[in-house]
Design a protein around this ligand. Structure first.
Ligand code: PLP
Ligand code: MN
Length: 374
């Protein structure tokens, strides 16, 4: 899909999803460097981009494997040749169990790890694995404050590991301890403190009760783009950050280590290229990107380079811009970049992502995992 010749951004129709390549490459490098310097393996969450070529780039930079949220994304990534995948959401119906086992049969050289949190998952996975003559590897998700999925840290967890160890076709490899509710805590010190407190019981339990060879987790995976640097001295083996690659505007408004009220660690690389299609009165204009182009589950997006312009959703297809009447600069036909408030849910609405550098379109990737929440 990459254009044979770079072409001017002005020649790209709108609305279009674009990524600033310099910015993305810097974000990539920063997270990989952090992981390398702290001797933790990076297993980036690819739900952020759903593009096999970007997953391959992350691996090339030094990532140990990738995370996907769903089996559908895993199918896309495995088909592209990626060989080390953690599926971070439990599965629970016979169709999915069959699909998971089938991936083991089709990709015998790949490492595919499924997250579970209940004996019912363990028994069902063991049965389907036995039926297909494979051994399915699992991580156990533990509850660390989000109250989403995750078994409570305690003797139920130890019993679940013992059950898995007693079953013939399922292999216990470790624990997933992810704190999604803390990634966007605004104050840096508060965020770090809460992130550490939330996983302390997990590591205390491991150190006290999961000490034998059979019970000790080989993998402890967790951390996101807001908490990746919270765990100094806490022995996570893997970091599962994902949003760092693109950085959404909501992430941009969390505080930094250096006291800044905005996040300095990574910059916003993902943008929607839009056109002003109407300007009904001074101080109000409309762009061609509404909710089908810019998700609003994390608040309104940000109009890049125009501090005095506020974006308000105008429904499915329109974005309404409000600005002071004294701003005479906004014109019908003008192009603008708008930074999504939440990249994951915005990207899932597009089939292509364009890579831009110095005002030129250099890349075009198919978002192959788009819509694969199945
Ligand atoms: N791990 C899990 C289980 C997630 O659900 C997510 C994102 O929602 C991540 C990792 C990545 O976190 P972030 O996007 O904040 O980097
Ligand atoms: Mn997200």
């Amino acid at each position: 899909m990459t254009p044979s010749q770079p072409f001017s951004l002005e020649a790209l129709d709108t609305p279009a999803l674009v990524v600033d390549l310099d910015c993305m490459e810097q974000n990539l490098k920063r997270m990989q460097t952090f992981a390398d310097q702290h001797s933790v393996a990076l297993r980036p969450h690819t739900k952020a981009h759903k593009i096999p070529e970007l997953a391959a780039l992350q691996l090339e930079m030094g990532a140990k494997g990738i995370c996907v949220a769903k089996l559908g994304e895993a199918e896309v990534m495995l088909a592209s040749g990626i060989k080390d995948i953690l599926i971070t959401t439990p599965i629970a119906n016979p169709i999915k169990l069959e699909r998971l086992a089938n991936l083991y049969v089709r990709y015998p050289g790949a490492r595919i790890i499924q997250v579970i949190d209940h004996p019912d998952h363990a028994n069902a996975i063991d049965s389907i694995a036995t039926k297909n003559g494979v051994t399915i590897e699992v991580l156990l998700e533990v509850e660390c404050g989000q109250k989403r999925c995750g078994i409570e840290v305690g003797f139920g967890l130890k019993t679940l590991i013992e059950l898995i160890n007693a079953l013939p076709s399922i292999k216990y490899s470790g624990i997933q301890a992810y704190t999604g509710h803390l990634q966007h805590v605004r104050d840096y010190q508060e965020r770090i403190k809460l992130a550490r407190i939330s996983v302390e019981p997990v590591f205390d339990f491991i150190n006290t009760y999961l000490t034998t060879e059979a019970l000790r987790p080989e993998v402890v995976s967790g951390g996101g783009s807001g908490t990746y640097d919270a765990y100094e001295g806490i022995p996570f083996t893997e970091l599962q950050a994902g949003s760092y690659l693109f950085m959404d505007w909501d992430y941009h408004t969390i505080g930094s280590r250096n006291g800044s009220a905005t996040y300095q660690d990574f910059d916003c690389a993902l943008k929607v290229w839009t056109t002003v299609i109407s300007q009904p009165e001074p101080g109000r204009a409309v762009v061609d990107a509404g909710m089908k182009c810019l998700s609003i589950d994390s608040g309104m997006p940000h109009v890049e380079g125009h501090k005095d312009i506020q974006y308000q959703t105008g429904g499915d297809e329109h974005g309404i811009l409000h600005y002071p009447e004294s701003n005479q600069g906004v014109k019908i036909g003008q192009r603008m970049m708008i930074i999504p408030s939440h990249c994951d849910t915005t990207l899932n609405q597009y089939s292509k992502l364009y890579g831009i550098r110095n005002g030129m379109v250099e890349q075009c990737w198919l978002i192959e995992g788009r819509g694969r929440s199945d």
